[in-house]
Design a protein around this ligand. Structure first.
Ligand SMILES: [Zn+2]
Length: 222
């Protein structure tokens, strides 16, 4: 589903299974954000094709963090000329404690070929400028991606519409999550693209969502 020029959303809407929302950036390069669980990848590929995007055109994959419902499908691209990226701290975490999450979820940990390690700062996809924000709390190396020209923010599992990422999984940290959410709240955002649930459109609605999160969730996170 096309949201804006060069921005496509593939929200996960099946309540009987968990999977991340996927997003496709087609500006500068063709990049898939959070391709999700491997078993659901054929469905995503079909949806991309309906929008006129063939999977062979994908040049890069970005994971907001290393949980299997966001990143498991990376392995399907391992033989393709596709670069794969995640936060530098997340890649390190996955090689140690992070693999417990895969065991807990009953998923065998894929061999991930991560060659682009994302750090706080600018990220260029072709000529298009993005900003990487390190946002630990839900997972220690979570990153959010801000797209200034669209005022769009990919938040992964840091913040959702009326919710926040859980902090009880290995590497989770409630205080860090609050700091990360506050960091996102300072950005000028017109469209918030979370890893689960509905995108939030409009600056006022996004700011109201931050206020609701502060009131409803911070007391339990502290
Ligand atoms: Zn997660």
């Amino acid at each position: 589903m096309k949201l804006l020029d060069g921005l496509y959303a593939y929200p996960w809407t099946n309540p009987s299974a968990n999977n991340a929302n996927s997003y496709l950036i087609r500006s500068g390069q063709v990049v898939l954000v959070d391709p999700g669980h491997l078993e659901f990848l054929p469905r995503l590929i079909q949806a991309l094709r309906l929008d006129g995007i063939h999977e062979d055109s994908i040049q890069g994959l970005i994971a907001t963090h290393g949980h299997p419902d966001h990143v498991e499908s990376f392995q399907a691209f391992s033989q393709r000329p596709v670069w794969m990226a995640m936060g530098v701290a997340e890649e390190e975490f996955l090689r140690s404690l992070g693999s417990d999450i895969y065991r807990m979820m009953g998923v065998s940990k894929p061999q991930l070929r991560i060659e682009v390690l994302l750090r706080e700062g600018e990220l260029f996809l072709g000529d298009e400028r993005f900003q990487v924000l390190e946002t630990p709390g839900h997972s220690p190396g979570s990153v959010c991606i801000y797209w200034p020209s669209h005022k769009a923010l990919f938040t992964g599992d840091v913040i959702f519409e009326m919710g926040v990422g859980r902090t009880d999984l290995p590497g989770g940290d409630s205080e860090e999550l609050i700091s990360s959410i506050e960091k996102l709240a300072r950005l000028d955002v017109e469209i918030l693209l979370p890893g689960h649930g509905n995108p939030i459109v409009g600056k006022k609605r996004i700011q109201r969502n931050f206020e609701i999160i502060r009131e409803m969730y911070y007391p339990y996170l502290r």
